[in-house]
Design a protein around this ligand. Structure first.
Ligand SMILES: [Mg+2]
Ligand SMILES: [Zn+2]
Length: 219
């Protein structure tokens, strides 16, 4: 096996649940539900939908939202140990997230450096929150991902690396198809089974460490 490179989702993978949903439930007016339904039914792109969702929130809520998530979001068990495990073995870990910088960075503070985190950006200079898209789709993707995980893999992974993708949802499926191996839970796990993608299920990051021990990556 060539040297592994790891691409790991954030919401519902590193955290136990989805932070955008949690923020909308707590802070958004009721219209947010229809936008969420449009995204899930693919009546609009993730990029368009997430942009519309955050435009429902006044910029002045920034600190309150961060505080709320720091109080309520839970990092999945074993993540800190997993980060240390990869670091000892010099295996690169990239966080690829459809989340937004202003909450992803604080939740990962002390765990993963900003230079390894690829997510959407935010602008609080207007009346309502505006999402920016520093990692939108390259010429090979027309999905309007917002943060385009397949594009990031194409950009960041050396051709001959063993590409490992960790995730949980529909937004990880396109990048999972490009992976050599997928570590999956929830909806992504069902899809991996259905599409017969090479995969391993996980519940905690101790399971993910056990996977790397099984494939025998050396320090
Ligand atoms: Mg996710
Ligand atoms: Zn894309």
């Amino acid at each position: 096996m060539t040297k592994p490179i790891v691409f790991c989702d954030f919401d519902g993978t590193i955290t136990n649940s989805d932070n955008i949903i949690a923020v909308m439930k707590r802070f958004a007016p009721p219209e947010w539900e229809a936008i969420k339904d449009d995204i899930l039914a693919q009546r609009c792109s993730v990029q368009e939908g997430v942009g519309r969702l955050f435009s429902l929130l006044p910029s002045s809520l920034k600190e309150e939202i961060i505080h709320f998530l720091l109080q309520t979001a839970r990092i999945r068990d074993g993540f800190r140990e997993f980060v240390a495990f990869l670091k000892e073995r010099d295996i690169p870990l990239y966080i690829v997230s459809g989340g937004i910088d202003f909450f992803v960075y604080p939740l990962l503070d002390g765990l993963v450096g900003k230079d390894r985190i690829f997510c959407n950006g935010s602008d609080f200079s207007g009346e309502t929150i505006r999402i920016t898209w520093p990692h939108s789709c390259d010429e090979h993707c027309q999905n309007g991902c917002g943060c385009c995980k397949p594009s990031l893999l194409r950009k960041l992974a050396p051709q001959d690396a063993t590409k490992i993708v960790i995730g949980d949802s529909i937004t990880d499926l396109a990048v999972a198809r490009l992976a050599d191996h997928v570590i999956a839970r929830d909806f992504l796990l069902e899809k991996c089974q259905e599409l017969r993608l090479p995969h391993t299920p996980f519940t905690t990051f101790y399971d993910v460490v056990a996977f790397f021990e099984r494939i025998g990556v050396k320090a």
